[in-house]
Design a protein around this ligand. Structure first.
Ligand code: PRE
Length: 200
């Protein structure tokens, strides 16, 4: 194998390691997000609140689109990702409320895990195979995200993006489909008895 080919393969491997680290971090972050939305789902079920909150979603969508633009990420993709996740969250909320309405012991309890892989994909994106471990690591323990070039600091710090939403009053976002076409992708509720406060 030629020297320049060897170097190219080394570079490819190094970049792929960074991609793997980022994918791992995303899975941990998604699992953390679903833990908090499960808390929201239980609260809503206990207090008879509707599973979805379109006004909250509108503001979130606008905020994410603005963040995406600043990060040179396609805002349409950011919105599709958000809609995909929220459809799943609402389905969880409905399942929790259904369990509570059926008089399950203990009130709003998580539904048992479903067998089988997810079959549908998000529009324009492959389905996140976010299979939350029984006790996933807190976000702080998520693997560090390596930069492609060792020694180079990460370009964007997501934690720095938690400032006040500058776009809360912007125009309404594209509507989400009224049905929830996304089956449960395998993110199973994790009991979370002691409410903890998200950092953002
Ligand atoms: O904030 C809520 O009320 C939620 O249920 C969480 C969430 C979300 O995943 O961000 C999901 C559904 C709602 O329609 C709005 C937001």
């Amino acid at each position: 194998m030629a020297q320049d080919e060897r170097e190219a393969l080394e570079q490819l491997n190094s970049i792929r390691q960074s991609i793997d680290n980022i994918d791992a971090a995303l899975i941990h972050l998604l699992a953390e997000r679903f833990k908090f939305t499960q808390q929201v789902g239980r609260l809503k079920a206990v207090h008879g609140l509707p599973p979805s909150d379109p006004e909250r979603e509108r503001r979130q969508t606008q905020r994410l689109r603005t963040l995406a633009e600043g990060a040179h990420l396609d805002p349409a993709f950011a919105e599709k990702w958000f809609n995909f996740v929220v459809a799943e969250v609402i389905q969880h909320h409905e399942e929790i409320a259904g369990g509570a309405a059926n008089g399950a012991a203990g009130g709003a309890r998580p539904t048992p895990p479903k067998a089988g892989p997810a079959t549908a994909s998000a529009p324009g994106a492959s389905a996140p195979a976010a299979s939350a471990p029984a006790a996933s690591a807190p976000a702080a323990e998520a693997p560090a995200v390596a930069s492609a070039e060792p020694g180079t600091p990460a370009e964007a710090d997501p934690a720095a993006e938690t400032a006040a939403d500058p776009s809360a009053d912007a125009a309404a976002a594209a509507p989400r489909p009224t049905s929830h076409p996304v089956p449960h992708p395998g993110v199973h509720p994790v009991p979370h008895p002691s409410p903890s406060r998200p950092t953002s």
